[in-house]
Ligand binder design. Structure first.
Ligand SMILES: Cc1cc2nc3c(=O)[nH]c(=O)nc-3n(C[C@H](O)[C@H](O)[C@H](O)COP(=O)(O)OP(=O)(O)OC[C@H]3O[C@@H](n4cnc5c(N)ncnc54)[C@H](O)[C@@H]3O)c2cc1C
Length: 480
């Protein structure tokens, strides 16, 4: 990442330790952006023609309140706000939660703490990580055989993308889920200590959403409407439960006092440090930043009215011109990399907003309300009946029961969708009739010297070819 920043000379465009507090679209057609210097606390404003939010989707800790937590005298922090100055070696640690974060924390800290107690209210499906060590020969091949690394990368991407088939509705998806569930059960039982098997293997299936009607008349599997939590690809967590200093407590938190935690079974344990692995606030996109669009309309108010965040291609919101969101609503591929979705969005924003505005072809680009609504309802109808809407609590579903997070299909489909011509989708304000000239200037400015070199060589080669071609034709004439 550092090397990429240097390669493209981006460093001097970046301002660190500065928070965006709010942004408002003004009557002159610009964004007034309010910023706060986190070092000095000074607030100031900047004006911009385009505003792109890249504040992440899984970065804001979920606000959890346990009775008495403010009275705890030891150290307490959320996994996303890890106190790196705190030396936890030899300490008694509590980890609250059992999602992906806790599964990563427990095996890592277990090597150093005196004791770690994990509070886990409900079980999860754990799967073996399909990672393996590459041999020296394979690594040599990756270095020296052209395209080999890229081919492997593509294979991994396609294999991950194919996992989407286990998340949807329908008989085939259900069968695949049941197969994945059987594998996960075998993995948990063969890896974790026996004393924890009954706590670890979920009662809910990975699993079944609704009974499906078999084509033959054999009885359907029972209807167990659950199985919608995010799957965990085990980073060594189950193995770490064998360690003598690791304890799994299958209870929630009743209260926290000055010295420790009282769990819901009434047992109190004392701790030096409490780690909140309690997850992230996924549904409040962009919060606490406030964004105001045309006529001072608040984005959070608009999203309250639509019963959850929504955006065309997870990127553009009606009433908010020249504004784009990365990692926005309905862009999370549960089975593939978020970064891929974000890269698709970057290319989409560059094509539909950045290039036309920079080239002065357009001064404003805004998605039409109908286009946004149609896109969102199409996405939601595809999500219907999928595994995340099966009724268990998960972070994809908001308080209105709406899934504002997931992209329903293959990650590759999101990319294909971004390539479609965007006819009739945007309200556009034209700017300069000379925009072609500005575009040509931009191309000239941003084309690398290598590209110019290749172009020059190509032209020389073509001119050389033409000259020799003329020579062949002119000889007979000369002879005449
Ligand atoms: C435990 C965990 C595991 C994950 N595992 C995976 C995984 O396996 N695969 C996957 O694809 N994704 C995973 N994710 C999701 C991960 O968040 C994304 O893949 C990736 O980090 C998104 O990059 P981003 O740049 O959009 O956001 P982030 O990396 O979250 O970066 C957002 C940045 O914006 C800053 N910011 C926020 N608000 C403001 C503001 N108002 N003003 C200024 N700056 C602000 C933040 O400080 C942060 O630096 C995981 C996330 C977590 C927490």
């Amino acid at each position: 990442m550092e090397a990429t920043v240097d390669k493209f000379g981006l460093r001097h465009h970046m301002h660190f330790r500065v928070e965006c507090v709010s942004a408002s679209w003004n009557e002159d057609g610009f964004w007034d952006v309010r910023l706060r210097d986190l070092m000095t606390g000074t607030e100031y404003a900047r004006t911009a023609s385009i505003l792109v939010s890249a504040v992440g989707g899984i970065s804001r800790p979920r606000d959890v309140k346990f009775p008495g937590m403010d009275t705890f005298q030891g150290e307490m922090f959320h996994t996303a706000r890890w106190n790196h100055k705190y030396d936890y070696r030899g300490k008694r640690m509590a980890v609250i939660g059992n999602g992906c974060s806790a599964a990563q924390v427990v095996p890592e800290v277990a090597r150093q703490v005196a004791h770690v107690t994990q509070y886990a209210r409900s079980p999860q499906w754990y799967h073996e990580r399909p990672n393996r060590r590459f041999t020296c020969f394979e690594r040599w091949c990756f270095r020296h055989v052209p395209l080999l690394g890229r081919i492997l990368r593509l294979r991994l991407f396609l294999a991950s993308d194919n996992m989407v088939t286990t998340y949807g509705p329908g008989e085939t998806a259900t069968r695949l889920r049941l197969r994945a569930e059987a594998h996960a059960r075998d993995y948990i039982v063969s890896t974790a200590p026996q004393k924890y098997h009954h706590l670890l293997v979920p009662e809910f299936p990975l699993g079944m959403l609704r009974p499906f009607v078999r084509r033959d008349s054999s009885p359907s599997p029972p209807d167990r409407s659950a199985g919608c939590k995010r799957r965990i690809f085990d980073p060594g967590y189950l193995e770490s439960l064998h360690l003598p200093n690791v304890e799994l407590v299958p209870h929630g938190i009743e209260a926290i006092d000055q010295t420790g935690i009282v769990s819901t079974d009434g047992v109190k344990i004392e701790f030096d440090v409490i780690v909140l692995a309690t997850g992230f606030d996924i549904q409040r996109f962009l919060a606490p930043m406030e964004v105001y669009g045309r006529g001072g309309r608040s984005l959070s108010q608009q999203w309250q009215e639509s019963r959850g965040a929504q955006a065309y291609m997870g990127t553009y919101v009606n009433g908010f011109p020249n504004f784009a969101i990365l990692f926005g609503p309905n862009t999370f591929p549960a089975h593939n990399s978020v970064l891929f979705a974000s890269e698709v969005q970057v290319a989409f924003i560059a094509k539909t907003l950045l290039a036309p505005v920079l080239d002065r072809q357009l001064s404003t680009v805004e998605v039409k309300r109908t286009a946004e609504d149609q896109w969102v309802s199409r996405v939601h109808s595809r999500l219907r009946g999928g595994v995340f809407e099966a009724g268990c609590s998960n972070w994809y579903i908001n308080s209105h029961g709406r899934n504002s997070a997931s992209w329903p299909g293959y990650a590759a489909d999101f990319w294909k969708e971004s390539l479609k011509p965007q006819r009739g989708v945007f309200l556009k304000t034209r700017q300069s009739p000379w925009w072609m000239w500005y575009r040509a200037k931009r191309w000239m400015r941003t084309t690398s010297w290598t590209a110019y070199g290749i172009l020059g060589l190509l032209m020389l080669w073509m001119m050389g070819g033409q000259r020799s071609g003329l020579g062949i034709q002119s000889s007979p004439r000369l002879g005449v």
